[in-house]
Write a protein that binds this ligand. Sequence first.
Ligand SMILES: Cc1cc2nc3c(=O)[nH]c(=O)nc-3n(C[C@H](O)[C@H](O)[C@H](O)COP(=O)(O)OP(=O)(O)OC[C@H]3O[C@@H](n4cnc5c(N)ncnc54)[C@H](O)[C@@H]3O)c2cc1C
Length: 475
Amino acid sequence: MMAHFNPVTPELVADLKRVLSDKQVKTDEEYLTAYQTDEEGNSYYFHKPEVVVFPETTEQVADVVKLANQYLVPLTPRAAGSGVACGAIPVYHGIVVELERMNKVLTFDADNMYAVCQTGVRTSDLQEMARQHHLLYAGDPSSAESCQIGGNVANNAGGNKAVKYGTTRNQLYSLKVVTPTGEIVTAGARLQKSSTGLCLEQLFAGSEGTLGIITEVTVKLRPLPPYRFNVVCVFKSDEEAFALPNKILKAGIDPTSIEFMDNEALVMTTKFLSMPMPHVDEGADYVIVTVETFSQDDADRKMEQLCDLAEANGAVDVLDADERIWKLRKQFAEAARDVDKMFQTEDFVVPLDQIAAMTAQIPELREKYDLYCVTVAHIGDGNIHVLPLNAKGLSPEAWFEKIKAFHADLFPRVYALGGKMSGEHGIGYKKLEEFAKCTPAAELHVIKAIKKALDPNNIMNPGKLVDMTGDFVAD
Ligand SMILES: Cc1cc2nc3c(=O)[nH]c(=O)nc-3n(C[C@H](O)[C@H](O)[C@H](O)COP(=O)(O)OP(=O)(O)OC[C@H]3O[C@@H](n4cnc5c(N)ncnc54)[C@H](O)[C@@H]3O)c2cc1C
């Protein structure tokens, strides 16, 4: 790497201990090794930090950021490290800012339906707190048991309720952010509308820690629908399965989620969980639809409507499913990891009417690059996760090269159909190069201009999303 950052010195470590405390600053090898990666399993991407800090307040985060500027040392914000784009890997070493100790819900106002959370609140804890008050926090990545609200905002996480409620950015009222130069900014407000200046909270959401460190998040809560059903529509043909979401949405059924698992994903996950499911051994795909409503009559009517629609569109069976179906869907990544710890997660997103056109190209790509792939999809959002597995046991570097060639072929096809390379996981370090190649020059220029204006020393998560160092130059 060519970037000219300074190494972490004993003087900087002493200054960090002065603004934090001894216990909040770690240089021991066990910490440096633990923070060399996030969810990434391919050692080719690993980079160790030189120091890991554990701030407990917004002011402490600001002090750390000011020191990083003073010493010209890069910073990598980190929440739970469940990201799959290498976003929390400190590719230029320096300081990892681990936010897990900022884990308190500061305000929970059930009457006015909002909560103010420190960045490190675990997503499932907020979901559970809302449930206890008969409310819903609608952000719902499959990793909710481990990931944090701040990490979800930074990546604009999607997940399983995005069809109805949108992604994490749609759950936000406001954010408290420490900018790359150490100022503390409140972006947004607890308002139903605002036409007052730039929408900064939405700029920070999805910026992957490159524009600042989020320290507080004020989220919307919603009424919790008391009636819910899950239906599994069983298909023998991918094309018929992929045509269903648009029809469900057009029929006004208003589903909370529409998920897809192909047969290979079903075989892998049912085996991992030792949980046999109907029609899996007959080569079937599943489209899983969840509907939540406020009356039993509405639920019954929608269930009937959905069954009719699925059958009319080629489903060979429609099953009234219980929560086991969500165990199957949510454990899919663990099942993949059990087969191959270096598995790659593609995350492209296409318009709903282009899902079939895009996925029809996958068999050709699989053959061309000699890849074994399984597919799941947030199909109601057009967001497809194709997972190439390193079934042939290639070395980390050879696997990296194979995926690079695969991406160079895959992403132009996605963009040609009006899609983008990431629906929810972000660009991180992993797709930096492809992002620069696929993004029009004028758009890239705007992104870089914003980054440069906010982060003149390029210390905030450098090497992610856009390259500002000149290490990588797109053609
Ligand atoms: C089993 C599994 C299932 C998953 N399912 C989904 C899913 O359904 N939908 C989905 O969208 N994702 C999913 N993911 C990916 C991942 O969980 C999400 O991207 C999640 O939002 C990351 O949160 P985190 O707390 O782990 O953040 P991290 O991985 O620690 O960080 C993610 C990024 O955000 C930055 N960051 C973290 N905290 C802050 C902060 N406070 N301020 C500024 N920047 C920050 C980091 O630098 C990094 O770039 C899944 C991952 C796994 C392992």
